[in-house]
Design a protein around this ligand. Structure first.
Ligand code: DGJ
Length: 695
């Protein structure tokens, strides 16, 4: 049994760790322990009095889920107003329930009909734990929440922690930052309606940790909308973190008899960042991705965006498709430009019917051509948006978020549809369902290219609920379409990686990582991505973007894109015979190693920014195969030999591979501890080495 009740102390066990919570004699929910396993009988409840002074015992106490009220002045996780105006929640413990890998702790308010359930889930094959909160209104009057986080964490000890996060901007997603929280608060958040390019809905906290060692405490939030991660350190040096729906401009109203589940948090404790990334990667494959394609290797795709932008038509796309098929591409995706009056980004969004000038015989002509070339067909859509210059907007000017007295901000000439309206949801479902029913479409790229503004929603009694309801409507729509069309894969895109979060991994099969397809920048972007996100979902295109004054060679661009789910996006019409030969060779090679890349364990060996060389190895789960990537942009003359310690292999197995035209046969232990010598004297050096177990 993975959860044990030891006198109302609940020991949540994973293979290596314990997370211990409980209920104390005053009925408070409590956090007790997070780390390596200790003997069960040693865990004990904490005493907490009600002393009143400037710093009360209650204020210091570590809780699992802190409501607003009493003499607790720290950040809280939940705050609500009851119908008579009372704004405090005061809980009694009711009962616990343990069912296989699930624990539920039931609390109810001492006076009001509010029930709060703390839910936990563990997994036999993972060190990750999931937690979330259910709130139930067992009465008739509405309860208005102004804060409703998914959970709280208290980090062990009283020394300051450093928080590693991936922040960034459009074109520079997943840039790693390290911030030491010595005092006060540290907030990572999005107020944009999506999880955004700027902050990631997660925390990674550590003291003295690196890629391979040191305690790392981490959590990711399964949510694609405005979120908040709020860490603070003040009273007696304790670091606490709250994580969940952003409470900025937030309200959630629970009517009588309604209940609400917060987004889930997946969290863990590991030695080193590498173990964290690997356990999250495997967890996504085994427990989060939609089941239809979770265990299936993703196809090599071609995307038309950078080749043709909005200028799409049957003839040009068919010609591109021929080239893509010749190179070995398996799925041809036509991007923006195929619908309504879409000549550029000024018009057409919302009119999800085929543009007759560009496709006089409909889309099926192109789709047939693509299918006859042996490829599947995929299509781009941006359902949550509308251009003011569209039939949809002319017919329904009230279908966007807006205030009648304010001029709407048209970012990229578009407005956000009010997805909380059932008529908008139905319209979009009907359009997309028809597209998928009338055509042999196997792939949808779902884009979202601007944050929210002028967030009025006159249809809602409590318009501040729109932030949450919008994200829920997106999930519901995708799930509904998936149910009706289970053979269709869905990619989540938001101007590149603006929605690359665990909510997306629950509902989509992959994400678009970044609009920045420059191979050198990509090494950093992809490196940051892999910190807390699964490799398989990371779409990476080989394009014609060759940076500023840097003519990155085609083989280098393939090398970088092959570290994720390989895709192509250049104008293949202009490819020389040599380019076609390289493309064909690499695609064929990728197909032979993609299982190891998409489902293997990633060890980050060297980092371009710190080591001048970038090296990653992907090791199959049974450690019988590995694919080692080594790349450098420039190296210096004075640097001679650099050791590469190859981690991740089985110490006790022998491996063989070819490196610098030499066959090497060594044990995993030797490769890890003694390594191999790199001598890189070439610009754009890149090598991919297949390592096989010698049986
Ligand atoms: C933004 C995406 O990130 C691009 O890949 C492309 O699909 C464009 N939108 C199309 O408008």
């Amino acid at each position: 049994m993975s959860i044990i009740n030891h006198n109302n102390i609940f020991i949540i066990q994973t293979k290596f760790n314990h997370y211990v919570v409980g209920v104390d004699k005053n009925g408070f929910n409590r956090f007790y322990y997070w780390g390596e396993k200790c003997p069960i009988e040693d865990y004990q409840a904490d005493y907490c009095g009600f002393l009143t002074s400037n710093h009360t015992d209650l204020d210091e106490m570590a809780q699992e889920y802190t409501p607003f009220g009493l003499t607790m002045y720290r950040n809280v996780d939940i705050k609500a107003t009851f119908s008579d105006g009372c704004r405090e929640i005061s809980l009694d413990f009711i009962k616990s329930e343990i069912n296989d890998n699930n624990l539920k702790l039931y609390f109810k308010d001492k006076h009001y009909p509010l029930e709060i359930i703390l839910n936990y889930e563990t997994y036999n094959d993972s060190d990750i734990i999931t937690k979330w909160v259910t709130v139930k209104n067992n009465g008739n009057d509405s309860i208005i929440f102004e804060k409703l986080y998914s959970g709280e964490f208290t980090l062990p000890g009283v020394k300051p922690y450093t928080f590693k996060n991936t922040n960034g901007s459009w074109g520079a997603e997943f840039t790693e930052t390290k911030t030491k929280l010595d005092g006060g608060s540290l907030v990572f958040e999005s107020r944009r309606g999506t999880s955004s390019h700027n902050n990631s809905p997660q925390f990674v906290a550590y003291q003295n940790a690196d890629e391979n060692s040191g305690n790392v405490y981490f959590a990711v939030l399964e949510y694609s909308g405005s979120f908040k991660v709020e860490a603070n350190r003040y009273l007696y040096g304790k670091t606490r973190i709250g994580i969940g729906l952003n409470d900025f401009d937030f309200e959630y109203v629970l009517k009588g008899s309604e209940s609400f589940d917060t987004p889930k948090i997946h969290f863990g404790f590991t030695q080193g960042f590498g173990n964290m990334s690997r356990s999250l990667n495997r967890f996504a494959i085994n427990h989060v991705f939609p089941s239809e394609f979770a265990k299936a290797p993703l196809p090599v795709l071609y995307n038309s965006w950078e080749a043709t932008y909005f200028d799409v038509n049957t003839a040009d796309q068919s010609r591109l498709a021929e080239k893509a098929a010749q190179a070995g591409v398996e799925l041809f995706v036509m991007d923006d430009g195929w619908f309504g009056e879409r000549k550029d980004d000024h018009a057409g969004l919302g009119d999800w019917y085929v543009n007759k000038d560009k496709f006089p015989n409909g889309l099926n002509e192109l789709i047939n051509n693509v299918n006859n070339l042996g490829m599947d067909f995929g299509l781009w859509v941006e359902p949550e948006m509308v251009n003011p210059d569209s039939d949809l907007f002319r017919n329904h000017p009230d279908w966007t978020y807006h205030y009648n007295t304010r001029k709407p901000s048209e970012l990229r000439n578009q407005l956000v549809l009010n997805m909380t309206k059932p008529e908008v949801q139905n319209y979009l479902y009907n359009c997309l369902n028809k597209l998928l029913t009338d055509h042999n479409i196997k792939y949808i790229k779902w884009d979202m290219n601007r944050p929210f503004s002028e967030v009025g929603a006159e249809n809602l009694e409590h318009p501040k609920m729109l932030w949450y309801l919008h994200t829920k409507a997106v999930y519901d729509l995708v799930d509904r379409l998936r149910k009706e069309h289970p053979h269709v894969q869905f990619e989540c895109c938001s101007s590149g990686g603006g929605r690359a979060d665990w909510g997306a991994f629950r509902h989509f099969d992959m994400i678009w990582t970044s609009d920045n397809t420059d191979a050198i920048d990509r090494l950093a972007i992809q490196n940051g991505y892999t910190l807390t996100r699964p490799t398989k979902a990371m779409r990476a295109w080989v394009t014609d973007t060759v940076g500023y004054n840097r003519k990155t060679p085609l083989d280098f661009r393939f090398h970088v894109a092959m570290r994720g789910s390989l895709s192509l996006g250049g104008n293949m019409q202009k490819y020389s015979e040599e380019d076609m030969r390289i493309s064909k060779e690499y695609i064929e090679f990728y197909k032979s190693i993609r299982e190891t890349i998409q489902f293997g364990d990633l060890y980050r060996l060297l980092n371009l920014d710190e080591d001048e060389i970038s090296s990653d190895i992907y090791v199959s789960e049974d450690k019988s195969k590995a694919v080692l990537f080594i790349a450098a942009v420039n190296t210096r003359c004075f640097k001679k030999k650099i050791p590469l310690y190859i981690k991740g292999l089985d110490d006790n197995k022998k491996y063989s591979f070819t490196f610098n035209n030499e066959t090497i046969v060594k044990s995993g232990a030797y490769l890890k501890n003694a390594g191999i010598s790199l001598e890189i004297r070439e610009q754009y050096y890149n090598d991919i080495i297949i390592i096989d177990e010698v049986k």
